[in-house]
Design a protein around this ligand. Structure first.
Ligand code: PEP
Length: 251
């Protein structure tokens, strides 16, 4: 019922020339297949060129961040409207933005509102620290991040939001969470929290991804869990072979 989505978060990697070269390989690999949605989130500097390159490909483009402000004197920022010229999606609440740039749940909530106001689909990232998991706090942390991040959000269409569950200790560490634990957490915490906000029907239709050291070797384990609708991939999305290898695991 929910179509798989494989998203690549390139973070602060790839010059424009490198981005074009990677995307050419991905276009070849993905061709015109539509059984899985593929989303690339490159740096802002490559969006315009990649948008032109992807015009007749099913590959989607996303931004890695937006400002919560609409326009004006905010040096260095990019508005939702600007990102929306090239993108269908935007990553929000990534743990690197939360930890390094001190983004609060309240700020993330404002960014989600800004994204939705211009029809950009937020990919809201949530996840717990290792200490929080070890002290049995993971469910509370994730539920709090969802409730605060999504507070007051009107969601007429469940396809206009994606959740990425990314345990922080699994990001870029080579240590992924277990597929079983992740399936249980999504089914036992994330969907019930979404159901508490918008009802069970909407909660069943929202795509929930797993992120954290996904690679072609471990991807199938995650995708075989009925609650996991795809992956948000960091490191492995920088290589065409690895990223295409992950996409293949959804077939
Ligand atoms: C990420 O940054 O969202 C991520 C999941 O990274 P990695 O795949 O490298 O763990």
């Amino acid at each position: 019922m929910r179509k798989p989505l494989i998203a690549g978060n390139w973070k602060m990697n790839k010059t424009e020339a490198e981005a074009i070269s990677l995307v050419r390989k991905l276009i070849q690999g993905v061709k015109s297949q539509t059984s899985v949605d593929v989303l690339l989130c490159p740096p802002f500097t490559s969006l315009s060129q990649l948008h032109k390159l992807l015009v007749s490909s099913p590959i989607l483009l996303g931004a890695q961040n937006i400002s919560e402000q609409k326009a004006g004197a905010y040096t260095g920022e990019i508005s939702a409207e600007m990102a929306g010229e090239f993108c269908s999606h935007v990553l929000l609440g990534h743990s690197e933005r939360r930890a390094i740039f001190h983004e609060s749940d309240e700020l993330i909530n404002q960014k989600i509102q800004s994204a939705l106001s211009v029809d950009l689909i937020p990919v809201l990232c949530v996840g717990e620290l290792l200490e929080e998991r070890e002290s049995g706090e993971a469910a509370n942390v994730i539920s709090r991040q969802l409730q605060a991040g999504l507070k007051g959000i009107h969601l007429p269409d469940p396809e206009k939001l994606v959740i990425a569950y990314e345990p922080i200790w699994a990001i870029g560490s080579g240590k992924s969470a277990s597929a079983d634990d992740t399936g249980s957490l999504i089914g036992g915490v994330i969907r019930p929290t979404l159901a508490g906000i918008w009802g069970d029907d909407t909660s069943q239709k929202i795509r929930v991804l797993y992120g954290g050291s996904v690679n072609p070797g471990n991807a199938r384990g995650f995708f075989s869990q009925s609650e996991i609708d795809g992956a948000l991939v960091g490191g492995a999305s920088l290589s065409a072979d690895k990223f295409l290898g992950i996409i293949e695991q959804t077939f």
